[in-house]
Write a protein that binds this ligand. Structure first.
Ligand SMILES: *[C@@H]1O[C@H](CO)[C@@H](O)[C@H](O)[C@H]1NC(C)=O
Ligand SMILES: [Zn+2]
Length: 344
């Protein structure tokens, strides 16, 4: 991804100018989440480690590793009780020519009215001089976190949550986030552009609603796994959700479930935007919660972004906060949450 993209900044400013009642929705959201009596869920780090080791291989689009990881994601989602879909397409790209991409999507309650969508990208970046690049923080760890969240919440997801009509859960593993040559709007986020377009086209004729409009929020994880990451709030309309992460961190800390003195979730706006897989969804007015470490890990896009440089205490910590956040969102949800920007 690329940092501080002015085009996106402009886009956001334009959307914000059109916003009228997002503040109200945000206040409602904050009231709903004013106090957290957070349920504690046990870790399953054995599962996390085995998921990560399956994903942590060179997996450039079109390679054998890529196909293996894609199959691993499908099998894991099926094993966790998700209905799984593969959104496959071919596209010509710089340097490597025509490639086959495949987003992998898992659903619980696929017929639900609305969805919480959790996302990451599973492709690794192509470096002609570094065929061994594994992208540990970018984004093998985020993908393992999503699978681990589903695993540790599995009894809840498959018992109480299953068959809810108001809300479903989507896990999205985007393909082709990385640029093959230089990051531009057309050489980047191949998978998410394809999926956003597909979800914006499709819908149920009788409801007259597009699938993409049923996503209440897209939570995008990226660049996680290095020591002591910091997460700020990027978008005003999801600031309430970001604050709930801050509060959950605080509650878990008070209950003795988090170690160390560093705070991970900062109750403050980010100093700029980061262009990433959420762009095509943002352009369709999907609310975005961008959980990307800023500053970026210093191993970013170097051969050092590997297993040896991961920081397990930080990963464990993130897993705990994130898992509680997902659980609380699903459990507290009773009515549609509308955080979209509305034209006045
Ligand atoms: C997971 O892997 C890390 C790094 O190798 C290790 O420190 C940790 O003990 C492992 N956890 C389990 C439960 O095996
Ligand atoms: Zn990258």
């Amino acid at each position: 991804m690329s940092l501080l993209v002015s085009r996106l900044l402009l886009l956001t400013v334009t959307i914000c100018a059109l916003a009228t009642d997002y503040t109200q929705a945000q206040q409602q959201q904050q009231q709903q989440q004013a106090s957290f009596d957070t349920t504690h869920w046990d870790d399953d780090e054995t599962h996390f480690n085995s998921s990560l080791s399956a994903i942590l291989v060179p997996r450039v689009v079109g390679s054998r590793g890529h196909e293996q990881v894609r199959n691993y994601l499908v099998n894991s989602l099926n094993g966790l009780g998700f209905q799984t879909e593969v959104d496959e397409f071919k596209q010509r790209v710089p340097v490597l020519g025509e490639l086959t991409f495949a987003n992998v999507i898992g659903y619980i309650n696929p017929q639900a009215e609305n969805f919480l969508a959790l996302a990451c990208h599973y492709d690794s970046k192509y470096f002609p001089n570094d065929p061994g690049f594994v992208g540990a923080t970018d984004s093998a760890v985020p993908c393992a976190i999503l699978l681990n969240t589903a695993k540790t919440l599995n009894t809840y997801l498959l018992q109480q949550f299953r068959n809810r009509r108001d809300l479903g859960l989507m896990l999205i593993f985007f393909d082709g986030e990385e640029a093959f040559k230089d990051w531009t709007n057309s050489d980047s986020v191949y998978g998410s552009r394809h999926l956003a377009k597909k979800l914006a086209r499709s819908g149920q004729a009788n409801l007259g609603q597009r699938y993409i409009d049923r996503i209440e929020v897209l939570v995008l994880l990226d660049l996680i796994g290095a020591r002591n990451p910091k997460f700020s709030s990027f978008y005003e309309n999801t600031h309430g959700l970001h604050s709930s992460l801050v509060q959950i961190e605080q509650s878990l800390r008070s209950a003795g479930h988090l170690k160390g003195n560093n705070r991970m979730f900062l109750n403050r706006p980010a100093g700029g935007l980061v262009d990433d897989d959420h762009r095509p969804f943002l352009e369709e007015n999907v609310p975005i919660l961008h959980l990307i470490a800023t500053p970026f890990p210093d191993v970013w896009h170097t051969p050092r972004d590997n297993a040896a440089n991961l920081h397990y205490p930080s990963i464990r910590y993130f897993n705990r906060v994130f898992r509680s956040f997902v659980y609380e969102y699903l459990k507290r949800h009773t009515a549609p949450v509308d955080l979209r920007f509305h034209r006045g």
